[in-house]
Design a protein around this ligand. Structure first.
Ligand code: SF4
Ligand code: MG
Length: 342
């Protein structure tokens, strides 16, 4: 499919000057029309920072220090929109109409003193002032129906709904203006596994029906394997591997991806403890040199601590990328020199 969102060389720091730390480094990522792209990694890997940066919701001390983010409108002849230069007013319109984001813990961000009806119709009122109130109510019913909630819950207050229902109301709000892109940041971690899968299944079905693209962010790679088309795996503020979900599952190339796959239960098994990766993720303020994963990697060898591996396609698989010296010629290896061009 055609790209709907392209991210190129995105860098984000926390703080400025000598105290600045790198939160995101050299992020290249393309979201295609109609696709579900999964973003996986332990907490602190930069997944949420990426979602905030792309939607220009990063708050200080977070600052974008380089790169490009472009939105490609569905009309084939429309020029790409440079998201990093939109004015605050343009951004507000863009965020609900073209791209909406459901944040971590969003189910608790519904206003407790307003009914589902008033929260859904408020979004419409703000962005579609020409709509009459009866039309808004009709649309609110339609949206609830889309996410599998009966219209007689329109008058309910958030506390009268289960966690799963509140989550689905948030999804309904995100879809209110029919955006092209929906970003979900760990939308379901507070819910039980069965509920998480139900909500994701619903979302994927809606994607097929309505044709939007999804960026789904979670630490639970087993959910992504089940529900996404492609997966990008983050570690220490970088993407370390990107491939089709089936390829990641069958044949992970990065040792960290392999560790993540061994950290979550198979599709329908019981929850078990995180045992797949020794040690813990690095702090931004103490990022290891070279490959940031090297202190935890059972396969680390000569070049790993001294040289950052670049995310590129391995020789035998042009459709995927990996940043690991196991798959690229190591620097200084005279017998098999590293390619000069990128
Ligand atoms: Fe492990 Fe080295 Fe690959 Fe990093 S580059 S994942 S340390 S083998
Ligand atoms: Mg997060």
């Amino acid at each position: 499919g055609r790209p709907v969102l392209t991210i190129r060389g995105l860098n984000v720091d926390y703080g400025t000057g000598p105290g600045a730390v790198h939160a995101l480094r050299d992020i290249d990522l393309t979201l295609h029309r109609g696709e579900v792209l999964g973003l996986a990694g332990e907490s602190g890997s930069g997944k949420s920072t990426l979602a905030y940066a792309v939607t220009r919701l990063l708050s200080p001390p977070g600052v974008i220090t380089g790169g490009d983010v472009h939105y490609h409108p569905p009309q084939g002849d429309a020029a790409p929109v440079d998201l990093l230069t939109l004015t605050p007013q343009e951004l507000r319109a863009f965020r609900w109409q073209e791209l909406s984001i459901v944040f971590q813990g969003a189910m608790n961000s519904l206003n407790p003193v307003h009914t589902v009806h008033s929260q859904l119709t408020d979004v419409l009122k703000a962005h579609r002032p020409e709509m009459r109130q009866a039309e808004r109510t009709g649309r609110a019913e339609e949206l609830l129906n889309l996410v599998g909630i009966s219209r007689d819950r329109l008058g309910a207050f958030p506390h009268q709904l289960s966690g799963g229902m509140r989550q689905r109301v948030m999804i309904a709000m995100a879809l209110a203006l029919e955006p092209e892109i929906v970003i979900m940041d760990e939308p379901t971690t507070a819910l039980d596994v069965v509920m998480q899968r139900q909500i994701l299944r619903k979302l994927v079905a809606l994607r097929e029906e309505l044709g939007f693209s999804v960026v789904f962010i979670t630490h639970d790679i087993s959910l992504l394997i089940e529900f996404s088309d492609r997966i990008a795996i983050m570690y220490g503020g970088r993407i370390v591997e990107e491939a089709g979900a089936a390829e990641i599952y069958r044949d992970p190339r990065h040792p960290y991806s392999d560790g993540l796959l061994h950290s979550f239960p198979a599709l329908h098994g019981p929850r078990r403890e995180l045992t797949g990766i020794p040690g813990s993720p690095p702090h931004l303020t103490a990022m290891p040199t070279g490959c940031a994963f090297h202190p935890r990697c059972g396969k680390a060898f000569d070049p790993c601590a001294g040289h950052v591996p670049v995310l590129t396609a391995p020789d035998d698989a042009p459709e995927r990328t990996v940043a690991c010296w196991l798959h690229h010629s190591a620097p200084g290896d005279a017998a098999d020199p590293a390619p000069v061009s990128v």
